[in-house]
Design a binder for this molecule. Sequence first.
Ligand SMILES: Cc1ncc(COP(=O)(O)O)c(C=O)c1O
Length: 381
Amino acid sequence: MRFRTRAIHVGNQRDPQTGAVVPPIHLASTFVQHKAGDWREYDYSRSGNPTRRNTEHTLASLESGSHCLAFCTGMAATHAVTMLLSSGDHIVAGADIYGGTYRLLHKIVNRTGVGVTLADTSNVENLQSAITPRTKLVWIESPGNPLLSITDIAACAEIAHAHGARLAVDNTFATPVFTRPLEFGADIVMHSATKYLGGHSDLIGGALVVADKGLYDELYFIQNATGAVQSSLDAFLLSRGLKTLDLRVRQQSANAAHLAAYLSRHQRVRKVHYPGCSEHPGHALAARQMDGGFGAMLSLELVGDMKSTKRMVESTRLFQLAVSLGAVESLIEQPAVMSHASYDEEDRAAHGITDTLVRLSVGLEDVEDLCADLDQSLENA
Ligand SMILES: Cc1ncc(COP(=O)(O)O)c(C=O)c1O
C-alpha cells in the first residue's frame, strides 16, 4: 500500500464487534486479568492502550519503521531518547534545533553528567570534528529550526555509526510526507505530533519511531518506567490528523513556496530562508533528500531592528502571532523572543537567530490572502 492508503487503513481496522468504520476510543485505565499474573496484551493504560497502539501502528508505517511509541508531548519523546544515555556519555546536537530541545539538553540532561556539544551539521565535517569516543547520540533536525538549514541524514548516520553512536532525527518540520529518516539510516525518528501530524492545533503529543525491535524494547522500558504516554483522546485526534497528512502538507508546502518567491522580491525583506529557493545553500541536498516538496516552514530576515520586527509580527491579520506550527491556520513568530528565547544569548547570536528574524508556519488558507496579509504587515516594519 502507498503512503495515503496506509495513512487511512493501517491501524484503523473496523471494530469487529459493531462494524464501526472508525475504531472506538478506549478510555479504560485498567484491563481485567483472566488469572492473577496472567499478563495479556493490555493490562494498564500506561503500559499499553488499544487506541494509542492503533495510532502508533499508523505512524510506524508512515515513517517506514517497525515500531512507534506515542508520548504526551514532543519534549517527553526527546527526553526518553536522552534517557538511553548514562553519566559520562556525550551528545552532539545540530545547532539549528528547537529552543526547547536546546534547553532540555543544556539545562536538564547535562545535570545527569551527559556532555552536550552543538555543531552546525549542515556541514557534516563539523559533526566529524565534534564527535568523541564518548558520543552515544547525534541529534539533528532537517530542515532546521528556525533557519531551515538542511543536514545530510545519510552522511550523519554513517559518521555516527562509525563511532558507535546512534542518530536521532527530529522530523517535525519535514514530516514523513517529505522525508523518512529511517530510510537514510537514522536509528530514531522523533516528532512533535502537536504540529503537522495532528495538524489542527488541538492536540499535544510526541512520538518516536524505530526500525529495530531491540531499540524499541529499550525505549518502551523507559516510557513505561517514566510514564509520559499519550492520552487516548489525543491519540484518537492524532489518528484522525494522520489520515489527511499528505494532502495538507503538500498543499501547505506549495503555499510556502509561493510565499518564499514573493518575499524574496520584497524590498523590506533582507533574506528568505527556504530550502525550496535555488539560492538556499541546502537546496540541492534538500531536492535529493525531500520527496516532492520542501515543507511549509520558512523564515525571513527583515530590514530594520527588533522594534520594527515586533511591529510587523504584531500587525498580521491572518497569520496569528503564536508559537507552535504545522496546523491548518498560518502562524507568525519572532524566534529571538518566542520559540528560541530559551537559548543563551551568545548561542543565539552565534547561530544566526537575529532580532529581525521572523518565522512563518504557512497554513492552508488561500495563498493570495496570505500574500496580502504579509504585504500589509510589512508596511509596518
Ligand atoms: C521541531 C520541534 N521539535 C520538538 C518540539 C517540542 O514538541 P512539544 O511542544 O510537542 O513538546 C517542538 C515544539 O515546538 C518543535 O517545533
